[in-house]
Design a protein around this ligand. Structure first.
Ligand code: NDP
Length: 245
Protein backbone atom coordinates (compact mmCIF):
# COMPACT_ATOMS: atom_id res chain seq x y z
CA UNK A 1 0.00 0.00 0.00
CA UNK A 2 3.08 2.30 0.21
CA UNK A 3 2.67 2.66 -3.54
CA UNK A 4 -0.92 3.90 -3.35
CA UNK A 5 -1.29 7.48 -4.53
CA UNK A 6 -4.50 9.17 -3.53
CA UNK A 7 -6.16 11.60 -5.93
CA UNK A 8 -5.74 15.15 -4.55
CA UNK A 9 -9.53 15.49 -4.22
CA UNK A 10 -10.10 11.90 -2.96
CA UNK A 11 -12.14 13.07 0.04
CA UNK A 12 -13.79 16.15 -1.47
CA UNK A 13 -17.20 16.94 0.07
CA UNK A 14 -16.78 14.19 2.66
CA UNK A 15 -17.13 14.63 6.41
CA UNK A 16 -14.69 12.56 8.46
CA UNK A 17 -14.38 12.26 12.23
CA UNK A 18 -10.98 11.46 13.73
CA UNK A 19 -10.65 10.60 17.43
CA UNK A 20 -7.43 11.61 19.16
CA UNK A 21 -6.93 14.20 16.43
CA UNK A 22 -4.69 16.45 18.53
CA UNK A 23 -1.51 14.41 18.49
CA UNK A 24 0.43 11.54 16.94
CA UNK A 25 -1.12 9.48 14.15
CA UNK A 26 -4.57 11.05 14.61
CA UNK A 27 -3.19 14.55 14.10
CA UNK A 28 -1.44 13.56 10.88
CA UNK A 29 -4.52 11.68 9.64
CA UNK A 30 -6.73 14.73 10.31
CA UNK A 31 -4.34 17.03 8.41
CA UNK A 32 -4.03 14.53 5.54
CA UNK A 33 -7.78 14.01 5.21
CA UNK A 34 -8.31 17.79 5.19
CA UNK A 35 -5.57 18.17 2.57
CA UNK A 36 -7.53 15.74 0.37
CA UNK A 37 -10.70 17.79 0.63
CA UNK A 38 -12.55 16.47 3.70
CA UNK A 39 -14.28 18.48 6.37
CA UNK A 40 -12.66 16.93 9.42
CA UNK A 41 -14.27 16.71 12.85
CA UNK A 42 -11.37 16.95 15.29
CA UNK A 43 -12.30 15.00 18.43
CA UNK A 44 -10.02 14.78 21.44
CA UNK A 45 -9.61 15.67 25.08
CA UNK A 46 -7.00 18.48 24.94
CA UNK A 47 -8.63 21.55 23.36
CA UNK A 48 -5.33 23.44 22.89
CA UNK A 49 -3.98 20.59 20.74
CA UNK A 50 -7.17 20.43 18.67
CA UNK A 51 -7.01 24.22 18.16
CA UNK A 52 -3.46 23.90 16.90
CA UNK A 53 -4.51 21.29 14.35
CA UNK A 54 -7.47 23.51 13.39
CA UNK A 55 -5.07 26.41 12.75
CA UNK A 56 -2.76 24.21 10.69
CA UNK A 57 -5.68 23.05 8.54
CA UNK A 58 -6.77 26.65 8.01
CA UNK A 59 -3.34 27.48 6.56
CA UNK A 60 -3.57 24.81 3.81
CA UNK A 61 -6.79 26.13 2.22
CA UNK A 62 -8.71 22.99 3.17
CA UNK A 63 -12.36 22.99 4.30
CA UNK A 64 -12.79 24.51 7.75
CA UNK A 65 -12.64 21.72 10.35
CA UNK A 66 -14.95 21.31 13.34
CA UNK A 67 -13.57 20.95 16.87
CA UNK A 68 -15.46 18.58 19.15
CA UNK A 69 -13.76 18.25 22.56
CA UNK A 70 -14.61 14.98 24.31
CA UNK A 71 -12.80 12.97 26.96
CA UNK A 72 -13.46 9.34 26.05
CA UNK A 73 -12.66 8.33 29.63
CA UNK A 74 -15.78 10.04 30.99
CA UNK A 75 -18.07 10.50 27.99
CA UNK A 76 -21.61 9.23 28.52
CA UNK A 77 -24.12 7.73 26.15
CA UNK A 78 -25.81 11.15 26.15
CA UNK A 79 -22.54 12.82 24.99
CA UNK A 80 -22.37 10.43 22.04
CA UNK A 81 -26.03 11.03 21.22
CA UNK A 82 -25.36 14.78 21.13
CA UNK A 83 -22.34 14.20 18.87
CA UNK A 84 -24.47 12.15 16.46
CA UNK A 85 -27.26 14.74 16.44
CA UNK A 86 -24.78 17.60 15.84
CA UNK A 87 -23.21 15.78 12.89
CA UNK A 88 -26.58 15.06 11.29
CA UNK A 89 -27.68 18.66 11.83
CA UNK A 90 -24.46 20.39 10.69
CA UNK A 91 -23.19 17.98 8.01
CA UNK A 92 -26.18 15.79 7.09
CA UNK A 93 -24.04 12.65 7.02
CA UNK A 94 -20.77 11.10 8.17
CA UNK A 95 -18.60 9.59 5.42
CA UNK A 96 -15.74 8.40 7.56
CA UNK A 97 -14.92 7.51 11.15
CA UNK A 98 -11.33 6.89 12.26
CA UNK A 99 -11.19 5.35 15.74
CA UNK A 100 -7.63 6.32 16.59
CA UNK A 101 -7.53 7.54 20.22
CA UNK A 102 -6.21 5.03 22.72
CA UNK A 103 -4.17 4.80 25.90
CA UNK A 104 -1.28 2.46 26.61
CA UNK A 105 -1.67 1.72 30.32
CA UNK A 106 0.98 -0.02 32.41
CA UNK A 107 3.06 -2.87 31.06
CA UNK A 108 3.08 -5.28 33.95
CA UNK A 109 2.31 -8.94 34.71
CA UNK A 110 -1.39 -9.79 34.95
CA UNK A 111 -0.99 -10.73 38.63
CA UNK A 112 0.03 -7.16 39.46
CA UNK A 113 -2.04 -5.30 36.86
CA UNK A 114 -4.01 -2.60 38.75
CA UNK A 115 -7.73 -3.27 38.37
CA UNK A 116 -8.62 0.42 38.06
CA UNK A 117 -6.06 0.91 35.26
CA UNK A 118 -7.54 -2.08 33.43
CA UNK A 119 -11.05 -0.62 33.68
CA UNK A 120 -9.92 2.85 32.58
CA UNK A 121 -8.10 1.48 29.58
CA UNK A 122 -11.04 -0.64 28.49
CA UNK A 123 -13.27 2.43 28.76
CA UNK A 124 -11.12 4.49 26.36
CA UNK A 125 -9.93 1.76 23.98
CA UNK A 126 -13.03 -0.47 23.74
CA UNK A 127 -16.19 0.92 25.33
CA UNK A 128 -15.82 4.42 23.87
CA UNK A 129 -15.47 3.22 20.25
CA UNK A 130 -18.52 0.97 20.81
CA UNK A 131 -20.66 3.78 22.23
CA UNK A 132 -19.50 6.24 19.59
CA UNK A 133 -20.06 3.87 16.67
CA UNK A 134 -23.50 2.98 17.97
CA UNK A 135 -24.48 6.65 18.22
CA UNK A 136 -22.99 7.57 14.84
CA UNK A 137 -24.55 4.76 12.79
CA UNK A 138 -27.51 6.91 11.66
CA UNK A 139 -25.08 9.55 10.33
CA UNK A 140 -22.90 6.86 8.70
CA UNK A 141 -25.99 5.28 7.13
CA UNK A 142 -26.94 8.67 5.68
CA UNK A 143 -23.72 8.69 3.61
CA UNK A 144 -23.70 6.86 0.24
CA UNK A 145 -20.62 4.75 1.18
CA UNK A 146 -19.11 5.30 4.61
CA UNK A 147 -15.82 3.90 5.93
CA UNK A 148 -15.16 3.00 9.57
CA UNK A 149 -11.53 2.35 10.53
CA UNK A 150 -10.40 0.88 13.84
CA UNK A 151 -6.82 1.18 15.05
CA UNK A 152 -5.29 -2.06 16.20
CA UNK A 153 -1.75 -3.14 17.04
CA UNK A 154 0.50 -6.16 16.56
CA UNK A 155 -0.35 -7.09 20.19
CA UNK A 156 -4.03 -7.12 19.20
CA UNK A 157 -3.33 -9.95 16.77
CA UNK A 158 -0.87 -11.95 18.89
CA UNK A 159 -0.81 -11.55 22.68
CA UNK A 160 2.39 -10.40 24.33
CA UNK A 161 3.55 -10.80 27.93
CA UNK A 162 3.14 -7.72 30.16
CA UNK A 163 1.05 -5.76 27.62
CA UNK A 164 -2.06 -6.58 29.68
CA UNK A 165 -5.16 -4.50 29.03
CA UNK A 166 -3.69 -2.74 25.98
CA UNK A 167 -3.15 -6.03 24.17
CA UNK A 168 -6.55 -7.40 25.22
CA UNK A 169 -8.24 -4.12 24.20
CA UNK A 170 -6.78 -4.34 20.71
CA UNK A 171 -8.05 -7.95 20.36
CA UNK A 172 -11.47 -6.57 21.33
CA UNK A 173 -11.15 -3.85 18.69
CA UNK A 174 -10.39 -6.50 16.04
CA UNK A 175 -13.40 -8.53 17.20
CA UNK A 176 -15.66 -5.50 17.15
CA UNK A 177 -14.45 -4.66 13.64
CA UNK A 178 -15.33 -8.17 12.43
CA UNK A 179 -18.75 -8.25 14.09
CA UNK A 180 -19.69 -4.80 12.77
CA UNK A 181 -18.37 -5.49 9.28
CA UNK A 182 -20.30 -8.75 9.06
CA UNK A 183 -23.46 -7.11 10.35
CA UNK A 184 -23.33 -4.13 7.99
CA UNK A 185 -22.12 -6.01 4.92
CA UNK A 186 -25.63 -7.37 4.25
CA UNK A 187 -27.65 -4.34 5.15
CA UNK A 188 -25.68 -1.21 4.25
CA UNK A 189 -22.86 0.25 2.18
CA UNK A 190 -20.74 0.93 5.29
CA UNK A 191 -17.36 -0.81 5.24
CA UNK A 192 -15.40 -1.57 8.41
CA UNK A 193 -11.70 -2.43 8.65
CA UNK A 194 -8.76 -2.20 11.03
CA UNK A 195 -5.21 -0.92 10.69
CA UNK A 196 -2.15 -1.96 12.67
CA UNK A 197 0.05 1.11 12.19
CA UNK A 198 3.23 -0.72 13.26
CA UNK A 199 6.01 0.99 15.22
CA UNK A 200 5.53 4.72 14.61
CA UNK A 201 7.28 7.80 16.01
CA UNK A 202 4.72 9.23 18.50
CA UNK A 203 4.40 10.02 22.21
CA UNK A 204 2.79 6.63 22.83
CA UNK A 205 5.65 4.74 21.20
CA UNK A 206 8.12 6.84 23.23
CA UNK A 207 6.29 5.88 26.45
CA UNK A 208 6.37 2.18 25.51
CA UNK A 209 10.03 2.15 24.37
CA UNK A 210 11.79 5.06 26.14
CA UNK A 211 15.30 3.89 25.23
CA UNK A 212 14.62 3.63 21.49
CA UNK A 213 15.97 6.22 19.05
CA UNK A 214 12.74 7.64 17.55
CA UNK A 215 14.54 8.45 14.31
CA UNK A 216 14.91 4.76 13.55
CA UNK A 217 11.10 4.61 13.23
CA UNK A 218 8.73 5.64 10.50
CA UNK A 219 6.73 8.83 11.10
CA UNK A 220 2.92 9.07 11.04
CA UNK A 221 3.08 10.61 7.53
CA UNK A 222 4.51 7.33 6.20
CA UNK A 223 1.25 5.56 7.17
CA UNK A 224 -0.99 7.91 5.25
CA UNK A 225 -1.24 6.02 1.94
CA UNK A 226 -3.11 3.22 3.76
CA UNK A 227 -5.16 5.66 5.86
CA UNK A 228 -6.21 7.47 2.67
CA UNK A 229 -6.88 4.27 0.73
CA UNK A 230 -9.24 2.91 3.39
CA UNK A 231 -11.03 6.23 3.83
CA UNK A 232 -11.58 6.98 0.14
CA UNK A 233 -13.77 5.23 -2.42
CA UNK A 234 -10.86 3.22 -3.89
CA UNK A 235 -11.50 0.76 -1.02
CA UNK A 236 -15.27 0.73 -1.56
CA UNK A 237 -15.56 -3.07 -1.62
CA UNK A 238 -13.04 -3.77 1.17
CA UNK A 239 -14.61 -4.76 4.48
CA UNK A 240 -13.75 -6.97 7.45
CA UNK A 241 -10.03 -6.74 6.72
CA UNK A 242 -7.25 -6.43 9.31
CA UNK A 243 -4.57 -4.44 7.46
CA UNK A 244 -1.02 -3.52 8.42
CA UNK A 245 0.60 -0.21 7.50
P1 NDP B 1 -0.55 9.21 20.95
O1 NDP B 1 -0.50 8.90 22.38
O2 NDP B 1 0.56 9.97 20.31
O3 NDP B 1 -1.92 9.93 20.58
C1 NDP B 1 -3.13 9.42 21.09
C2 NDP B 1 -4.22 10.45 20.90
O4 NDP B 1 -5.41 9.94 21.55
C3 NDP B 1 -3.89 11.78 21.54
O5 NDP B 1 -4.35 12.83 20.71
C4 NDP B 1 -4.68 11.72 22.84
O6 NDP B 1 -5.08 12.98 23.33
C5 NDP B 1 -5.90 10.94 22.42
N1 NDP B 1 -6.57 10.39 23.60
C6 NDP B 1 -6.04 9.59 24.56
N2 NDP B 1 -6.94 9.39 25.53
C7 NDP B 1 -8.05 10.08 25.20
C8 NDP B 1 -9.31 10.29 25.82
N3 NDP B 1 -9.60 9.79 27.02
N4 NDP B 1 -10.22 11.07 25.19
C9 NDP B 1 -9.94 11.62 24.00
N5 NDP B 1 -8.77 11.48 23.37
C10 NDP B 1 -7.83 10.72 23.96
O7 NDP B 1 -0.70 7.77 20.23
P2 NDP B 1 -0.38 7.28 18.75
O8 NDP B 1 -0.62 8.36 17.79
O9 NDP B 1 0.90 6.58 18.79
O10 NDP B 1 -1.50 6.15 18.60
C11 NDP B 1 -2.64 6.27 17.77
C12 NDP B 1 -3.27 4.90 17.65
O11 NDP B 1 -2.34 3.99 17.05
C13 NDP B 1 -3.64 4.27 18.99
O12 NDP B 1 -4.85 3.56 18.83
C14 NDP B 1 -2.50 3.31 19.27
O13 NDP B 1 -2.90 2.27 20.10
C15 NDP B 1 -2.19 2.84 17.86
N6 NDP B 1 -0.86 2.28 17.67
C16 NDP B 1 0.25 3.09 17.73
C17 NDP B 1 1.52 2.56 17.50
C18 NDP B 1 2.74 3.40 17.55
O14 NDP B 1 3.86 2.84 17.39
N7 NDP B 1 2.66 4.70 17.72
C19 NDP B 1 1.69 1.12 17.18
C20 NDP B 1 0.47 0.36 17.15
C21 NDP B 1 -0.75 0.95 17.38
P3 NDP B 1 -4.04 13.93 24.14
O15 NDP B 1 -3.06 14.39 23.11
O16 NDP B 1 -4.90 15.00 24.65
O17 NDP B 1 -3.41 13.06 25.18
Amino acid sequence: MENYTAAPDLLKAKTILVTGAGDGIGRTAALTYAQHGATVILLGRTVAKLEKVYDEIMTISAPEPIIHPLDLQNASDEDYRILGDNILEQCGQLDGLLHNAAILGPRTPIQFYPVDSWMQLMQVNVNAPFMMTRALLPALQAAPEASVIFTSSSVGRKGRAYWGAYSVSKFAVEGFMQVLSDELRQTSSIRVNSIDPGATRTAMRKAAYPAEDPYTLKGPEDLMPLYLYLMGSDSKSVTGQALTA
